[in-house]
Write a protein that binds this ligand. Structure first.
Ligand SMILES: Cc1ncc(COP(=O)(O)O)c(C=O)c1O
Length: 414
């Protein structure tokens, strides 16, 4: 199991300054990108092959087929060589026409991004503003759809990564399915981290990203459409070229990708799907859920407050006590303790830190993170966390993490 995440050595002398940075070892605890398992790092270093060779075409077909098991859908899953935001754009341009009415849940940075994107493509967006840290209420969406039955799509995050909140996706899907509107979910920080069965819950459009629970570098986006969404996608009028799923669907049906594809990443995704599916996704979810529980309880043991009202298992946002600048806490954790966590953005700048629970995180990474957090808080304001509080957080982590299934890696190393 990887304890620290060694950045690769950059060989050229021109990069000697970068080398000193690259040689440092960090414990990466961010909610994406996440630490990669050693098997994945090794796989990423394999020699390049062409994406049209029979071997790669067979692997690509296997990956597409098995992605359906993560999405829990019978519909095709598409892979774009883009970041997650590309997947969000693909979702919009394939099911919207300029002038369409859209309801968008805006409960943080990523909700804002999706609403803005929809406006950019000419949609008329009704923003359901939710205070940051809160989950959207199902009635808010129900009312919006009753008021505007012509709404073409409801957009939401499953987990709003900027606040750590988990929205009630299943309940929202139930409500939206009674209307004409499509239910589109940005599940970038949820897919692979928690159960979100697309077909069973009635989700019409679902987007995922590689740098989160999939334990890969940033650079792949995943999208799947229900039959209801496809019926609209055939004739939707938003301009689409690179992200036109109709082209991709035809190419995938013939066993290929439409464009050149990210061979290196897709091969590593094949390996991650082995890890996921041979051990069962349930085990992956349990590991993440236990890391989340351990983090929440240990933070409370240290006298800290959890920021969102409904925390997502994929990350925990912790409120920084009054009088301490969270940006400085984050920086201190990184520079003095080599533990990398995320801070808050916009209105949450300096007020929270966010700790991820996805990827190859060991129990000792978790303990190290809390030690770094306690020391950093105390450096900025002495006495914030007592020795006794830190000791009970450590003990808590030990007990709770003992419940977690073994670190999810290949079968040979349970
Ligand atoms: C919920 C959510 N949506 C969208 C994105 C954007 O993804 P990307 O940065 O890969 O474009 C992220 C990235 O962190 C995310 O967490």
């Amino acid at each position: 199991m990887v304890r620290h995440y060694p950045f690769p050595l950059i060989a050229s002398r021109r990069f000697s300054r970068l080398n000193s940075v690259a040689m440092k070892t960090y414990t990466l605890m961010t909610p994406g990108p996440v630490p990669l398992p050693p098997e994945v790092l090794q796989n990423l270093a394999l020699p390049m092959e062409h994406h049209r060779t029979p071997e790669f075409v067979a692997l690509f077909g296997r990956v597409l087929e098995r992605m359906k098991q993560v999405y829990l859908t019978k519909e095709p899953v598409f892979i774009h060589t883009s970041t997650g935001s590309g997947g969000m754009e693909s979702a919009l341009v394939n099911c919207l026409s300029p002038g369409d009415k859209v309801v968008a849940v805006v409960s943080g940075k990523f909700g804002e991004r999706w609403a803005e994107m929809a406006e950019t493509f000419g949609a008329r967006v009704n923003r359901i503003e939710v205070p940051w840290g809160r989950a959207v209420r199902v009635e808010q969406i129900e009312e919006a759809l009753k008021r505007d039955p012509d709404t073409v799509a409801v957009l939401t995050q499953a987990c709003e990564t900027s606040t750590g909140v988990l929205h009630p996706v299943r309940e929202l899907a139930k409500v939206v399915s009674k209307h004409k509107a499509l239910f589109a979910v940005d599940a970038i920080t949820a897919l692979g981290a928690l159960p979100i069965p697309m077909d069973e819950w009635g989700i019409d459009v679902m987007v995922g990203g590689s740098q989160k629970a999939f334990m890969l570098p940033t650079g792949l986006a995943f999208v799947s459409f229900s039959k209801k969404a496809w019926a609209i996608a055939e004739t939707a009028k938003c301009p689409r070229f690179y992200f036109d799923l109709r082209k991709e669907r035809a190419a995938n049906a013939a066993g290929e990708s439409y464009y050149s594809t990210a061979v290196t990443q897709i091969r590593a995704l094949d390996l991650v799907l082995d890890i996921f599916l041979k051990q069962g996704l349930q085990r992956v979810y349990e590991r993440i859920q236990t890391l989340s529980k351990a983090t929440i309880l240990a933070a409370r043991d240290m006298g800290l407050e959890i920021f969102p009202e409904a925390p997502s298992p994929s990350l925990t946002a912790i409120r920084i006590p009054e009088g301490i600048d969270g940006q400085k806490v984050r920086a201190e954790m990184e520079t003095a303790h080599q533990v990398v966590v995320m801070g808050g953005q916009d209105q949450l700048k300096g007020k929270i830190i966010r700790i991820g629970h996805m990827g190859a995180i060991s129990d000792s990474d978790q303990v190290r993170t809390f030690e770094a957090l306690a020391k950093s808080l105390n450096k900025l304001k002495s006495g914030t966390v007592s020795e006794a509080q830190l000791a009970s957080a450590r003990a808590r982590l030990k007990t709770v993490l003992a419940e977690a299934p073994a670190v999810v890696m290949t079968e040979e190393k349970p």
